[in-house]
Design a protein around this ligand. Structure first.
Ligand code: ADP
Length: 306
C-alpha cells in the first residue's frame, strides 16, 4: 500500500560525560548502534500501524546494511527492492551525547547517495502497486522527482517530507499532493516563521501557490496545521509528558500515510489523518529513542480508543 523512497542509516551513539573539544580524546561511558534514517523510520512507523510497506533505498555491502535489512523485516517491511551498492558503505550517523543530553551529530550518507535515476526507473511496477509514495531529502532529490513524476502519472498519492531542511524546486512542489515540513523546515523553505496562526496560514499558502495540493505543518507541542487552497485548520496536539522528541516527525508522517492508505484523499480524510498522527506522535515523544519509540496500532488504540 505504501512505499517509502528514502534513507537507511545506522546511528552510532556514543555517550560521554562531556563533548570533547577539538584535538581531545575522551573515554566514553557507553556505545550502542540503532537503526535509523528518516526513510526507514517512516517505513517502520507505518508498518507498526498495520500498513503493508515497501522500503526503497540503498545500503552498502557490509554488516550495518545487513542489520538494517533484518531490522525492517522484523516489522514485516518488504526489503526486496533495496539496492545493495558494492562501492559505498551503508550510511551512518555518528552521534555523541553528553551527560546533559546535548549532542553533536555527523552524518555520512554513503550508499544513500546511490539512490539514482536508473534505480528509480526499475521501480515502476512497485509504484504501480502502491497507493502512497513518501520521500524526504536524505536521498538525492532528482530520484524523488522522477519517482513522483511516475507516481502522479499513475494517479498515486505523493507525500514529501522536506527534511533535512532544503528549498524545494517548483517542479517537485507541484508533484507533491501533501508537503509536510516542521517549523524549521517551513521557515527555511518559505521565509516565514510559523509563530502564530496568521503566519502558519501564510507559510502554507506560499507552497499551495506553487502547486502543492495540501500542506501540513507540524508544530511540535502545538500540534499541526492543514492548509489547502480553500481551507485552513489547526489540529491541537495531545497533552503528554514529553521525554524525547526524536522521531516525532517521522512517526507523524508514517501515521498520516497509514491512515490515508485506506481512504481517498480530501480535506476531511486529511483532517482524520492529522488527528490520528497527533495521537501516534504523542506516544512517540513519551519514549526514548527513534524507532524504539514508534508505537504499534494496539498501543494507540489502548491509549486513545479506536
Ligand atoms: P519534528 O520531530 O520533525 O521536529 P515536530 O516537533 O513538529 O516534528 O513534531 C511532530 C508531531 O509530533 C507534532 O505535530 C505533534 O503531533 C507531535 N509532538 C511533538 N512534540 C510534542 C509534545 N511535546 N507533546 C505532544 N505531541 C508532540
Amino acid at each position: 500500500d505504501i512505499c517509502v523512497l528514502g534513507s537507511l542509516n545506522m546511528d552510532l551513539v556514543i555517550n560521554v560525560e562531556r563533548i570533547p573539544s577539538i584535538g581531545e580524546t575522551i573515554l566514553a561511558k557507553d556505545f550502542k548502534k540503532f537503526p535509523g534514517g528518516k526513510g526507514a523510520n517512516q517505513a517502520v512507523a507505518s508498518a507498526r500501524l498495520g500498513s503493508n510497506v515497501v522500503m526503497l533505498g540503498c545500503i552498502g555491502k557490509d554488516d550495518n546494511g545487513c542489520i538494517l535489512i533484518d531490522n525492517l523485516k522484523r516489522d514485516n517491511i518488504n526489503t526486496r527492492y533495496i539496492k545493495v551498492e558494492e562501492k559505498m558503505p551503508t550510511g551512518i550517523a555518528l552521534i555523541t551525547v553528553d551527560s546533559k543530553g546535548n549532542n553533536i551529530i555527523s552524518v555520512y550518507p554513503g550508499a544513500n547517495m546511490a539512490v539514482d535515476l536508473s534505480y528509480v526507473e526499475g521501480l515502476k511496477e512497485v509504484f504501480k502497486n502502491s497507493k502512497i509514495i513518501i520521500s524526504q531529502f536524505e536521498t538525492p532529490v532528482d530520484a524523488t522527482l522522477k519517482a513522483f513524476e511516475f507516481a502522479k502519472k499513475e494517479g498515486k498519492t505523493t507525500i514529501l517530507n522536506p527534511a533535512p531542511a532544503k528549498k524545494i524546486d517548483k517542479d517537485l512542489i507541484s508533484l507533491s499532493d501533501i508537503i509536510i515540513p516542521n517549523e524549521t523546515e517551513t521557515e527555511l523553505i518559505t521565509g516565514i516563521n510559523p509563530k502564530d496562526e496568521k503566519d502558519i496560514k501564510r507559510a502554507g499558502e506560499f507552497l499551495i501557490k506553487q502547486g502543492a495540493k495540501y500542506v501540513v505543518i507540524t508544530l511540535g507541542e502545538r500540534g499541526a496545521a492543514i492548509i489547502s487552497k480553500e481551507n485552513f485548520v489547526l489540529v491541537n496536539a495531545y497533552k503528554v509528558d514529553a521525554v524525547d522528541t526524536t522521531a516525532a516527525g517521522d512517526s507523524f508522517i508514517g501515521a498520516m500515510a497509514s491512515y490515508l492508505s485506506k481512504k481517498d484523499l480530501n480535506f476531511n480524510t486529511l483532517y482524520g489523518a492529522v488527528k490520528f498522527a497527533n495521537k501516534v506522535s504523542a506516544i512517540t515523544v513519551t519514549k526514548i529513542g527513534a524507532q524504539s519509540s514508534l508505537p504499534y496500532l494496539k498501543e494507540v488504540f489502548e491509549r486513545f480508543g479506536e
